[in-house]
Design a binder for this molecule. Structure first.
Ligand SMILES: *Cc1c(COP(=O)(O)O)cnc(C)c1O
Length: 428
């Protein structure tokens, strides 16, 4: 485990106070929404200094905005990184995290246990841009090593995979990535920094769909890329970060900002060009959500474990998959990486298969039937008849989606009410 930055406060404190000084915002105790497209320059010298990155300040809200900046500082602090970029969605965060270091001809090695949207992004869109993705079994280090070559630019995993809920050995994968001179990117959406901070185990970049637990209330789409600041981008494999950038006044990011090279290029150049910017109002909602993240993750985790135990003993339930249960395939890794709680998401099989699972979904009353996770509200979905309905049977099996599988995102309601609803919905 690498050492944490000494100046850091506890996560619950950072989530409420990190990066904010009320006196700089007319004393407002809550972070204001800076609903502006542009910012007035003091004079021509000022505008020149801002455009040349010689002075910090705001130019235009596609590039920076005080409300989104505050959210970025808070998320960077919570993950223990040097900087962050918030984006319009989790999808754009995943895309930008890779496009910042890979281009046509380059290759990425990724776990095959990923969120469906990430799989399609990697399989079709990145492939069409000329970036090859190799999908591997995340627990088989030999498979990762076998696909490494001089064009490999990153390893990519999820800290708790969707929908299999497997926990990878982050430390081992980070070591292997580093031996090969490439960074490890971790999608930490399901764990959040409250349960797991991948940088402590050697990961180099973290992304989130902030739509899920970070926001927590199912009211905003958003994403973030966080930079640990620790990866040695000057190892010869990442010329776009070390060499002069013609798209930014011939500036070398490593020379200009050192450990912030990756995040600075991501903000000042890549997202300036692509414009997958988060709106300040959405940042405000996410800031509100973030303030209670540590309390919510505790409750999500204890509720989910209680639901998992309840379902495990229920006669109408075939199987239960939750990393906090001893029979889970990566229970030992969950113990190591998620010792304070394993999050709110679990899957289970309803006895009777496809039709019985659909019947269960139609009978729940307190649980909401919706294609989302990480909400304060408990949510359920039957992937085989919804999100994965278009797939062939082989594709469903490859994605780990059996006909009896129900995914549950356990919310923070009273546990007795949740169990009573499950009981009535499972009754024959
Ligand atoms: C939802 C999700 C995404 C995509 O994020 P959006 O905000 O929906 O674009 C990526 N990764 C994981 C693990 C997710 O659950």
């Amino acid at each position: 485990m690498t050492e944490l930055r000494k100046e850091e406060k506890g996560l619950a404190t950072l989530a409420i106070h990190g990066g904010y000084t009320a006196s700089k915002h007319l004393g407002a105790t809550n972070v204001p929404i800076y609903q502006t497209a542009a910012y007035q320059f003091e004079n021509s010298e000022h505008s020149a200094a801002l455009f040349n990155m010689e002075q910090e300040g705001n130019i235009y809200s596609r590039i920076s905005n005080p409300t989104t900046d505050l959210l970025e500082q808070r998320l960077a602090a919570l993950e223990g990184g040097v900087g962050a970029l918030v984006t319009a969605s989790g999808q754009s965060a995943a895309l930008l995290s890779i496009l910042n270091i890979a281009e046509t001809g380059d290759e990425i090695i990724a776990s095959k246990n990923l969120y469906g949207g990430t799989i399609t992004l990697f399989t079709y869109t990145l492939q069409r841009l000329g970036i090859t993705i190799h999908f591997v079994d995340q627990n088989d280090l030999d498979q990762w090593q076998k696909h490494v070559n001089e064009r490999t630019k990153a390893f990519y995993i999820e800290s708790i995979s969707n929908p299999s809920l497997d926990v990878p050995d982050i430390e081992e994968l980070a070591n292997l990535a580093h031996q090969n001179g490439v960074p490890l990117i971790v999608d930490n959406t399901f764990a959040t920094p409250v349960l797991l901070r991948p940088f402590e185990f050697g990961a180099d970049l973290v992304i989130h769909s902030t739509t899920k637990y970070i926001g927590g209330h199912g009211n905003t789409i958003g994403g973030v890329v966080v930079d640990s600041g620790k990866f040695p981008w000057d190892n010869g494999k990442f010329k776009r970060l070390s060499d002069p950038d013609p798209a930014y006044h011939g500036l070398s990011y490593i020379e200009h900002v050192g450990e912030q090279a990756y995040i600075t290029k991501l903000k000042a150049q890549l997202n300036r060009d692509i414009g997958a910017t988060m709106a300040p109002f959405n940042a405000f909602l996410l800031i509100q959500g973030l303030e209670t993240l540590s309390l919510r993750m505790e409750r999500h985790s204890t509720n989910a474990l209680a639901v998992a135990n309840f379902l495990s003993q229920h006669p109408q339930v075939e199987w239960v998959n939750y990393p906090g249960l001893e029979n889970h395939s990566t229970y030992t890794l969950a113990k190591k990486y998620l010792d304070h709680g394993q999050g709110g998401i679990l899957t289970f099989g309803v006895k009777g298969g496809y039709e019985a699972a659909k019947r269960f979904i139609d009978k729940v009353q307190l649980f909401t039937h919706a294609a989302n996770v990480g909400d304060v509200r408990s949510l359920v979905i039957h992937p085989s008849s919804s999100t994965h309905h278009q797939l062939t049977n082989e594709q469903k099996i490859a994605a780990g989606v059996s006909d009896d599988l129900v995914r549950v995102s356990v919310g923070i309601e009273d546990i007795n009410d949740l169990l009573a609803d499950l009981e009535q919905a499972l009754a024959e």
